[in-house]
Write a protein that binds this ligand. Structure first.
Ligand SMILES: Cc1cc2nc3c(=O)[nH]c(=O)nc-3n(C[C@H](O)[C@H](O)[C@H](O)COP(=O)(O)OP(=O)(O)OC[C@H]3O[C@@H](n4cnc5c(N)ncnc54)[C@H](O)[C@@H]3O)c2cc1C
Ligand SMILES: NC(=O)c1ccc[n+]([C@@H]2O[C@H](COP(=O)([O-])OP(=O)(O)OC[C@H]3O[C@@H](n4cnc5c(N)ncnc54)[C@H](O)[C@@H]3O)[C@@H](O)[C@H]2O)c1
Length: 443
């Protein structure tokens, strides 16, 4: 038997790696992460955690302004203090994570990792070997290849902004574009969003994403639909964004045109791991075209949403597989939300899927403002769409409201486990609460 340095080596140290690794060391396996930047990867440092800290005051501001004087003040956001608070919470996470994982027996190897052969990885000027390798290298920002691209910024820059500029152009209308536009506007910037097509947030219901755009427009954000960005030019008083529908003067440009899997420069072509522009191709055991090499997280080519909880699920699945549980991966319903005001959240069968199969699904739409509880924190509008199968079980739900993420989280067990009406009746939840309100919608 060959003696390798490690039983399992992860390329990357994000959620796709660190959520499963301790399950392996607990079974006596020798495990290491190769990391070229910050321990923990995108989510804690440049993604979810950083974003939600900066976003939290937006909801407070909304409540203050909607309360019509019940809460005093105008709810202005001091972005610089907001940044300082964010840093005070997240700056210690990489060290804390590293300490926790090292205590669990995982080793860290810092440097750029690259395959030399299926079992050998070069890390800086060192080489290490492993029985199994998991590619968990994540994604990086896509950048538009146009004149003036060096004048534009990505989501990392946005989340690190020390001072909010007085105006901002956001290119794109996916998750990152919509969340950043919402935060920048709430912090006082004059925001214009340039949309390539005419629907924002394509993975959500068109009706709800149109409603979100309409609400953001009513709040003062400008949307330019079906518009191509042609160039960005430096002027003495700021930047000039040229589009096929006119010019926009601004102080700052966010290129939020998507994210690209990190498949380049890690030796995949040399050793023959199959991948395409969507990521690394795997079978139903997350195994790549090379037997001992697996992949997990954002770098995978997959139809499931590229989110932290998806990466966690895959990481834990692989740990189970390497510990001897040989079943194929079976993805559950995955809940997702966009952290705008209002939010849109969904899980299970989507509205588009249900509409495409009217014989299989029944769609029920409700105005959630019929529930008095939504008025407690001054909500003004919201709807939920519930999707049932032929057996009257809830198989999907999507909501637009300030509490959409909590409602969909509350309903997720019913969707995933197919609760019957009799089982739902046995759920005695806390009243008054969003969870109670969520189940009330099923009645
Ligand atoms: C702005 C933003 C906001 C987001 N908000 C949310 C949210 O609210 N909720 C949510 O669920 N998801 C959110 N996401 C998505 C979430 O961050 C990702 O789904 C998650 O981080 C994926 O984890 P991962 O481990 O696959 O990849 P990553 O966390 O990206 O980790 C990959 C790691 O691999 C390292 N690496 C890459 N190449 C090499 C190499 N050659 N050698 C060594 N190391 C390498 C990288 O440095 C990185 O640390 C957000 C993403 C962004 C960008
Ligand atoms: N709340 C969350 O859970 C959250 C938040 C942020 C990011 N994420 C994850 O991060 C990933 C990336 O998010 P994202 O917003 O970067 O990607 P996205 O795919 O959601 O949006 C990309 C946007 O860029 C536009 N676009 C693409 N190419 C373009 C071009 N050439 N010109 C103009 N516009 C173009 C698209 O039309 C789309 O509006 C997503 O997979 C998402 O799962 C999740």
């Amino acid at each position: 038997m060959t003696n390798y340095d490690y039983d399992v080596l992860y390329l990357g140290s994000g959620h796709a790696a660190f959520d499963g690794a301790p399950l392996l060391t607990a079974q006596g396996k020798k495990v290491a992460f190769v990391e070229k930047e910050k321990v923990g990867g995108t989510c804690p440092n440049w993604g979810c955690n950083a974003k939600i800290l900066l976003e939290a005051p937006v909801e407070v501001q909304r409540q203050i302004r909607a309360s019509d004087g019940v809460i005093a003040g105008d709810g202005s956001i001091d972005w610089s203090k907001n940044q300082a608070h964010k840093r005070s919470v997240i700056d210690g996470l990489p060290n804390a994570l590293q300490g926790m994982l090292e205590d669990a027996g995982v080793e860290y190897l810092f440097g750029d990792g690259k395959f030399l052969d299926p079992h050998t990885i070069q890390v800086g000027d060192k080489t290490v070997t492993a029985d199994k390798v998991v590619i968990a290298t994540g994604m990086h920002s896509h950048r538009l290849d146009i004149e003036g691209k060096e004048l534009m910024h990505d989501s990392r820059d946005f989340l690190a902004l020390a001072k909010m500029p007085e105006s901002m152009v956001v290119i794109g209308s996916g998750y990152i574009a919509m969340e950043s536009a919402s935060m920048a506007h709430a912090a006082g910037a004059d925001v214009t969003v340039i949309m390539r097509g005419d629907q924002a947030l394509k993975s959500f219901s068109k009706e709800y994403s149109d409603r979100l755009v309409a609400k953001m427009e009513a709040d003062g954000i400008e949307f330019k639909k079906a518009t191509q960005t042609e160039s960005v030019q430096q002027k003495s008083d700021g930047l000039l964004v040229k589009t096929n529908h006119g010019d926009i003067q601004t102080k700052w440009v966010l290129d939020a045109t998507g994210r690209v899997p990190n498949t380049e420069g890690i030796g995949l072509d040399e050793i023959g791991v199959a991948y395409d522009e969507h990521g690394i191709q795997v079978n139903d055991h997350l195994q790549t075209s090379i037997d001992n090499i697996y992949a997990a997280g954002d770098v995978l080519a997959k139809k499931q949403p590229k989110l932290t909880p998806t990466a966690t699920f895959e990481s834990q699945y692989l740990a189970g597989l390497f510990n001897g549980d040989d079943k194929a991966i079976d993805y559950p319903a995955i809940a997702t939300t966009v952290f705008t005001s209002p939010r849109i959240a969904q899980a299970g069968v989507t509205v588009a899927e249900a509409k495409a199969h009217p014989d299989d699904y029944k769609i029920v739409e409700k105005d959630v403002m019929g529930d008095w509880y939504r008025l407690v924190d001054y909500e003004t509008e919201g709807s939920i769409t519930l999707i049932y199968n032929q057996q009257q079980q809830l198989v999907g739900a999507t909501e637009i409201s300030e509490h959409a993420e909590d409602v969909i989280n509350a309903l997720l067990p019913a969707i995933e486990f197919g609760y019957t009406p009799a089982q739902l009746q046995r759920l005695v939840t806390i009243f008054p609460s969003i969870g109670y309100s969520a189940f009330g919608e099923l009645g």
